[in-house]
Design a protein around this ligand. Structure first.
Ligand code: ATP
Ligand code: MG
Length: 234
């Protein structure tokens, strides 16, 4: 189970993000990036965040803690931007919280990570069909010197269309634009390191049932992990 915390203070909107995430303080004194259930991409984007983020964690990749974040819309009463005010009102109840990494820096391609770590991230993103790890939008942070993975809301996009399971075993051509591909060692070797470590059923079981059918996400990834993994041929 993901922990559940309750927002106690709405601090500020994070204007960099397309989905207008907010920064909030919670009743455990932690600061979290709040990803709104009522945002345009809908609860399936939050389901993808959980399944992809927790799968990455199984593989030993650094992802900030994910929590379920209870929001009382009254907390946003002082927010002057009507678009954000609307988001807050549409997101009463449970949302996704991502542990805030204070003082983290955006990814700098002149300071790439270790080549095996880069290959592991490329492999992960081919598995979860993540289109959002490009030079324009790397969704990687540098914090205390280490690389951290954020923002998996655009992954697993087959679930926004009909019959996602029919697409489970497919190739993933957008991996060509991955920001870490130039820095990565062999993705075939990453496949050997990682394929046995993923536990899609665990990750999928963490999705609140009001958001999406988690078991379908688990089934999709289980099929995708079956050999032959054409998508891992990067
Ligand atoms: N856990 C975190 N710690 C520190 N900063 C963060 C964290 N999560 C997000 N941010 C900052 O907020 C920005 C937006 O977050 P995120 O990418 O998750 O939102 P999004 O709306 O899905 O974005 P996008 O525009 O990429 O679709 C990030 O680029 C980063 O600068
Ligand atoms: Mg982003």
């Amino acid at each position: 189970m993901l922990r559940t915390v309750t927002a106690t203070r709405y601090v500020t909107p994070l204007r960099e993000g397309g989905s207008l995430p907010g920064l909030v303080e919670a009743d455990d004194d932690g600061l979290y990036v709040l990803k709104f259930r009522g945002a345009g991409q809908g609860p399936k984007a939050l389901a993808a965040e959980i399944v992809a983020g927790e799968l990455a964690r199984d593989l030993g990749l650094p992802v900030p803690e994910l929590v379920l974040l209870e929001l009382d819309p009254a907390l946003g009463a002082a927010e002057p931007d009507p678009e954000i005010q609307e988001l807050i009102q549409a997101s009463a109840g449970i949302n996704l919280g991502v542990d805030f990494l204070p003082g983290s820096l955006p990814y700098d391609p002149t300071d790439p990570p270790d080549a095996d770590l880069a290959a592991d991230v490329v492999w992960l993103d081919a598995l979860i069909t993540n289109v959002d790890r490009t030079p324009r939008n790397p969704n990687l942070l540098r914090w205390h010197g280490n690389l951290w993975l954020i923002d998996h809301g655009a992954s697993l996009y087959a679930f926004h269309g009909p019959d996602p399971l029919s697409r489970a075993r497919g190739a993933f051509p957008p991996i060509r634009d991955h920001v870490l591909l130039p820095a990565a060692s062999s993705v075939a070797a990453a496949d050997e390191r990682l394929a046995g470590r993923a536990d899609p059923a665990r990750a999928a079981s963490l999705v609140p049932e009001e958001w999406a059918d988690g078991s379908a996400y688990g089934e999709f990834l289980t099929q995708r992990l079956d050999a032959p993994r054409v998508w891992a041929d990067v």
